[in-house]
Write a protein that binds this ligand. Sequence first.
Ligand SMILES: Nc1ncnc2c1ncn2[C@@H]1O[C@H](COP(=O)(O)OP(=O)(O)OP(=O)(O)O)[C@@H](O)[C@H]1O
Ligand SMILES: [Mg+2]
Length: 418
Amino acid sequence: MAGIFDVPAGLIMRVLPDEIEVLVASRGEDNPYEAEEKAKLNTGLYCETVMATRALLHVPHALEDPHWAHNPDVALNMVSYLGVPLMWPDNEVFGAICVLDNKKRDYQDKYVELLWEIKKSIERDFVVIEQQRQLVANNNELRGALERLTALQDELLRSEKLAALGAVVAGISHELNTPIGNSLLAASTLQCHAADFAADMGRGLTRSRMQEFVGTVEQGAAILMRSLEHAAKLLGTFKQLVEDQSAADRRRFDLGDTVRKVLVELGHAIQDSGHRVHCAIEPGIEMESYPQQLALVVTHLVSNAVRHAFLPGTGGTVRISAQPDGLGQVALTVSDDGVGIPQANLGRVFDPFFTTRLGHGGSGLGLHIVYKLVTATLHGSVEVSSEPGQGACFTVVLPLSAPAAMQKPETGTRIQRT
Ligand SMILES: Nc1ncnc2c1ncn2[C@@H]1O[C@H](COP(=O)(O)OP(=O)(O)OP(=O)(O)O)[C@@H](O)[C@H]1O
Ligand SMILES: [Mg+2]
């Protein structure tokens, strides 16, 4: 620019809060200004006027103009000036662009036009700079929002877990209430009978009185046994629910063998039910996972089918099969040809304490335990499908090689329910 205008000094000036800075200076021997040089404002500089009026200023010769004769640039022998303001896209003043000379200059219009063109091209760059700044700001804002969201999600997860724990504790207390209440009643009844019997002993006992007492004790003891067994069974179930599976035994095993072993263990229960359980898993599906936990899953699914799927007096069939997908996963299905699960219950069967057998030995924890074991320990997913009257089908998709407990994430795979 300085070359075209044939001047010693071409400058881009930037205004700071209370100073003005030479941002860019043309490199010529006669240029008395240097980049990064700063000057105080309110000293009567040419550029100040340009910035204040936001208009072009042309001073052909300062010494011929009483208004400009004593401005600070005259001391540097810069007696002629042509400058225009530089504006940010939001119309804030950035500074000025100008040419200064040490002799009188009457610039022709085309020079003035050229200066305006240079000004406009710089201002177009400002638009790009501003857009970039906006992008960075937006980006930071987005990043901040994402961080806040993640924090919120963690917090939600924590409170959700606490709420779930609260519900489990409430459910456990409720479930244990019945057997423990019955036990207490039986024990206190026995106590009363024993006290009566002791009083009678002083008066002499008849044979029938003794028989009556033995009968009462037997009855009471039987109630106590039943109730306490029920409580113990419940506690066993609760233990499965809360047991820390991180210490679980991970090893290599054959899927079919493990499932068949479970069926042998369930032998009595299956036989008593009168239903058929058919395992069609081919040998040779090798897994590196947690066989005990997998066995528990199969136990719950098969005993559920036997207990819930069939109407009394009807015989049914439960089928177990497994299909490896060739990509490191296997789909294990336990299906029955029983009554099925009503559509309204399908989304709830995995919830803790959901049971249709309340008061008939169901605590509604079986499938919740299945869900927890499958997702958290076995790193798989479980879903259920059912058409009314067509039986139910539980599908458990498992990795053939489950991650070792150390690498286990805090939560399991999300459940999918159909
Ligand atoms: N194969 C099935 N056919 C029909 N209904 C089923 C089947 N499996 C589960 N259900 C339904 O799902 C409910 C929940 O099952 P879950 O195993 O969680 O509890 P439960 O068997 O009732 O009690 P628990 O297992 O704690 O003794 C059952 O009460 C039953 O209504
Ligand atoms: Mg069950």
